[in-house]
Design a protein around this ligand. Structure first.
Ligand SMILES: Cc1cc2nc3c(=O)[nH]c(=O)nc-3n(C[C@H](O)[C@H](O)[C@H](O)COP(=O)(O)O)c2cc1C
Length: 195
């Protein structure tokens, strides 16, 4: 009951949120939601890479896990903004979500770090015990393939949180294509724009 009331309220307050969630559920089911995360580096150049969108909160916050040693974490610490883009090939839809971004590390929210660590697959957990990301590779070193949930959370395991202030939804399955923009600054009212 409370859940359905919350869902209706969120659909009203963040009209893009149920559309985004339903589209991801239909496209991916239980499979990983692969997204492209764009950040800005110290020379103001755009950088982008694939990530897994791990969680979407009822307030629209988007969560990704990452290493403190990765470039994206340093870039977000320096320039705390990001855009996440998802293309859904079956539905032929694109979502672009832009907003302030932050890093949640050991000193920020240990409970959240522990909670995300527990939800990772054993293989994803193991990747955080591989040699330091981005350093020159020595392919001789053995790496763990899987680690259980009770493995200690390494200090460099961090969370990235993006709070969208602008969302764009493009559907290309039928003509004419449809593009709708939602902005916090205009109370999230859907704005149809040319695709
Ligand atoms: C399908 C796929 C999913 C990925 N998911 C993540 C992820 O959730 N978090 C992450 O830090 N890196 C992920 N990666 C690796 C990143 O794309 C990237 O190589 C790595 O994070 C280093 O990038 P950076 O130094 O720019 O931060 C993923 C790669 C692929 C191909």
């Amino acid at each position: 009951m409370i859940d359905s009331v919350l869902e209706i309220l969120n659909g009203h307050m963040l009209p893009w949120l149920p559309i985004f969630r339903d589209a991801l559920d239909a496209e991916y089911g239980e499979r990983p939601r692969i997204a492209t995360l764009a950040t800005v580096d110290a020379e103001h150049r755009p950088r982008a890479r694939s990530v897994i969108l791990r969680r979407i909160d009822d307030n629209g916050a988007l969560w990704i896990v990452s290493s403190a040693h990765s470039e994206k974490n340093g870039q977000i610490r320096q320039t705390p903004a990001a855009e996440l883009v998802l293309y859904l090939p079956i539905a032929r839809e694109q979502f672009r979500l832009f907003g302030p971004a932050g890093i949640i590390g050991r000193v920020d929210d240990e409970a959240a770090r522990q909670a995300f660590w527990a939800t990772l697959s054993d293989a994803a957990r193991a990747s955080f015990y591989w040699p330091t990301i981005g350093q020159p590779a020595n392919n001789d070193s053995a790496v763990p393939a899987a680690l259980p949930p009770d493995t200690p959370v390494p200090d460099h395991f961090e969370l990235i949180r993006i709070q969208p202030i602008q969302v764009e939804h493009l559907t290309t399955a039928a003509l004419p294509h449809r593009r709708t923009r939602y902005r916090q600054s205009t109370a999230w009212q859907p704005e149809p724009i040319n695709p």
